[in-house]
Ligand binder design. Sequence first.
Ligand SMILES: [Zn+2]
Length: 83
Amino acid sequence: MPLDVTPAGCIWNVCHNGKRIQGPFGSKSSAQQALDAIENNPSCKLRACMTCQTEFLSEGPHNRMCNRCRKDARAEYTTDVTV
Ligand SMILES: [Zn+2]
């Protein structure tokens, strides 16, 4: 799987073909841990989000929305937005 841990300033991302699928992480080792967890989980795979069509890392067939859209859905009634 073309997964990679890539630095971005002082944080680290887990990327697939150069596209961030998880992160940011505060250290390389935690990003590497996340990458290992993905590679060791056969039900984890990239899917297109049902809302915005962005590719994201799905935890399984039940998981069809990217993190951002899930966060948006949850944040509907709050103003707490994490950038
Ligand atoms: Zn989405």
